[in-house]
Write a protein that binds this ligand. Structure first.
Ligand SMILES: [Zn+2]
Length: 281
C-alpha cells in the first residue's frame, strides 16, 4: 500500500511529467470509482494539467479550476503511460487521455474495487470531508506540540499512528520504521508517552523524509508499481536489528503484521500474538 513517501514521489514525478499536458478525453471504466458526478469527467476535456500534489496518502491532480482527488486504497496506482489502455484492461478505473498520446491511468490490482476519485473545484479539495478529517501531515513533521496533541489518545501507537484522522500519511510499513527509529513499543499508548518519548517519536518521523530523499535518488522519471522501499525492520522478522543485532520479531494480524526490536522497543519482551500483546503496554 502506498504511504506518504511513495505517494509523494508519485506526485512529484507526475507533476514533472504532466505539467502543461492537455486532456483529450476522460472516462471512468471502473464501476463506482467516481464519488462525485458534478462536475463530470468530461469537464476535463481541453484543460491542462497545472500540478500534481499529495494530501496525506492521496494524490491530487489539478487541472486549473478542477482537481481530481484520488484515494488509492491498498491496491490502486496512478501512473502515466505512453500508450492507451486496452479496452480489456480490467485494472483500469479512470483513464485521462492526453492530446500528446499519453494516458494518465488510475488502475487497481486484485479483485476488489476500493480505490476512488472525486472531481472537485480546486478550492473545494480542502473542504472535502475526507481531506478535512485528516490529522496533521506526518511529513514535513508537524510542530512538536501539534504532534503531542494529535497522539494524546489512549490507544496503542501502532494503530494510532496509522489512523489518518489522528496523523496523516503513515500506514502499515512506515509505522514500524518510525516506532523502531524512536525506540518505542507499538503497544505503548499515545497518551502514556512522556515528553521525552514524544520528542523521540517526533524525531523518528525523519524516516519519511529520508525515504523521499532515497526515492529522489533511486527512482527515475517513472515510478514502478511496486516501489522498492528502504525498510529496516518491517517484514524483516528473523533478521538482526540493524542497530543492535537482536533478532527482529513479528506479531501477525489477519491483514497485516508488525515488526519490532524486542531489546530496544519492548524491554526485551517478545509479543507472540494479539492475545498476549493485549496484556502488555
Ligand atoms: Zn535493536
Amino acid at each position: 500500500m502506498p504511504e506518504l513517501p511513495e505517494v509523494e514521489i508519485v506526485a512529484r514525478r507526475l507533476n514533472s511529467s504532466l505539467l502543461g499536458a492537455r486532456v483529450e478525453s476522460a472516462v471512468a471504466p471502473g464501476m463506482n470509482v467516481m464519488k462525485t458526478f458534478e462536475p463530470g469527467l468530461e469537464e476535463l476535456v481541453g484543460r491542462e494539467v497545472t500540478g500534481v500534489r499529495r494530501v496525506g496518502k492521496m494524490p491530487v491532480v489539478e487541472f486549473g479550476e478542477l482537481a481530481l482527488l484520488v484515494h488509492l486504497m491498498s491496491a490502486g496506482r496512478l501512473r502515466v503511460f505512453d500508450k492507451r489502455a486496452s479496452i480489456k484492461d480490467r485494472a483500469s478505473r479512470v483513464l485521462i487521455r492526453l492530446e500528446d498520446g499519453r494516458e494518465l491511468r488510475l488502475r487497481e490490482f486484485g479483485t476488489k474495487q476500493r480505490a476512488w476519485a472525486k472531481l472537485l473545484p480546486v478550492e473545494a479539495v480542502v473542504e472535502d470531508e475526507m481531506v478535512k478529517s485528516l490529522g496533521p501531515e506526518a511529513w514535513p513533521p508537524p510542530r512538536l506540540e501539534v504532534l503531542a496533541a494529535a497522539i494524546d489518545v489512549p490507544r496503542h501507537l501502532h494503530p494510532l499512528l496509522r489512523h489518518q484522522k489522528d496523523i496523516a500519511g503513515i500506514g502499515r510499513s512506515w509505522v514500524d520504521e518510525i516506532l523502531w527509529e524512536a525506540r518505542l513499543s507499538p503497544f505503548k499508548k499515545g497518551s502514556e508517552l512522556d515528553p521525552e518519548e514524544v520528542e523521540r517519536l517526533h524525531r523518528g518521523l525523519h524516516v519519511l523524509g529520508d525515504a523521499i530523499d532515497h526515492y529522489e535518488e533511486t527512482i527515475g522519471a517513472e515510478v514502478p508499481d511496486k516501489v522498492p522501499m528502504p525498510l529496516q525492520v518491517h517484514r524483516r522478522e528473523g533478521e538482526p536489528c540493524p542497530r543492535c543485532g537482536t533478532t527482529i520479531e513479528a506479531v501477525f494480524f489477519s491483514e497485516h503484521q508488525m515488526n519490532y526490536c524486542p531489546k530496544e522497543q519492548t524491554g526485551g519482551r517478545v509479543l507472540k500474538d494479539r492475545r498476549l500483546s493485549k496484556l502488555l503496554k
